[in-house]
Design a protein around this ligand. Structure first.
Ligand code: PMP
Length: 285
């Protein structure tokens, strides 16, 4: 089905939504993006996603040519134009077309693109039975090299780890930071339950501070679950009672095996089930 896409200042048919081959987004992955989701016609945490987009852009000295309110309206208009009330939105801002050199000052016209589509979730079975994941040998980029807090169009680091996961028959893979601590998965944040505590790596472990992650932390607090940001190593995962991942596309998904070790009883646990239920209620609120 042909989609309607927002390009800079208007909605256009998919076939007319084109960027230049000189766009530095294409040539160098120079740009930023967000993945958002709408439930029952309302975008979940739109302001948080826009704040993160503008923060990512600021960090790479990319001035988004539209005000936040205008981008917010574009997101809603694109969903409406595609008649999607439950949909996934990809918001992309490229550096724009320039010369064949890295210099971002020699580019012009950053492209603001909003694509809305249905969502490609993991199969239902994965949510019911839980995922099996492996640790990738590819480390998460060090903050001193490229901050994982920037949601940039440069996802090769994560794609390298994703390839390792896929080669091992897993749809997700765990990434460690340069110190060997648990960071996150290739497109999802990670949580473990140990005893009565819910633990997740802190931002300085080198992660993207997920909006779903933050929502789940709030839900845990509201449910009286002791939730903490804590440095984790693989041993903490292998010996955890429960494990789950969070992300806009994945929502909350249980993990039942890591590197061949069964997590807890090897089936999705009760705290994971509780937070999944609370998350589904929250997004429809
Ligand atoms: N980590 C990475 C590397 C991601 O790409 C994503 C998904 N965008 C997440 C975590 C989860 O973030 P969010 O909950 O905001 O989708």
């Amino acid at each position: 089905m042909s989609r309607i896409v927002f390009m800079n200042d208007r909605l256009v048919p998919e076939a007319e939504a084109r960027v230049s081959v000189f766009d530095h987004g294409l040539l160098y992955g120079d740009g930023v993006f967000e993945g958002l989701r709408s439930y029952s016609g309302r975008v979940f945490r739109l302001d948080e996603h826009l704040d993160r987009l503008y923060a990512s852009a600021r960090a790479i000295c990319l001035e988004i040519p539209l005000a936040k309110e205008v981008v917010a309206k574009a997101v809603n208009d694109t969903l409406a134009a595609n008649k999607l009330s439950d949909g996934y939105v990809r918001l992309v801002v490229t550096r724009g077309a320039g010369s064949l050199g890295l210099d971002p000052n020699r580019t012009k016209n950053p492209q603001v693109i909003v694509i809305a589509d249905t969502i490609a979730l993991y199969p239902r079975e994965h949510y019911e039975k839980g995922l099996r994941i492996i640790t990738a040998a590819t480390q998460r980029t060090q903050s001193a090299a490229l901050s994982p807090r920037i949601k940039s169009l440069n996802y090769l680091n994560n794609i390298m780890a994703k390839l390792e996961g896929l080669q091992a028959g897993c749809v997700e893979a765990l990434m460690l930071n340069h110190k060997g601590e648990v960071a996150e998965c290739t497109g999802d944040n990670i949580f473990v339950v140990r005893g009565t505590k819910l633990l997740t790596p802190p931002p300085d472990a080198g992660i993207l501070e997920g909006i779903t992650r933050n929502a789940v932390i709030e839900l845990a607090q509201a449910a009286g679950i002791d939730c903490r940001e804590q440095t984790l190593v693989r041993h903490d995962l292998y010996t955890a009672d429960e494990c789950f991942l969070t992300g806009t596309a994945a929502e909350v998904i249980p993990v039942v095996e890591i590197d061949g070790r069964k997590i807890g009883a090897g089936v999705p646990g009760p705290i994971t089930a509780r937070l999944t239920k609370d998350f589904h209620a929250l997004v429809r609120q």
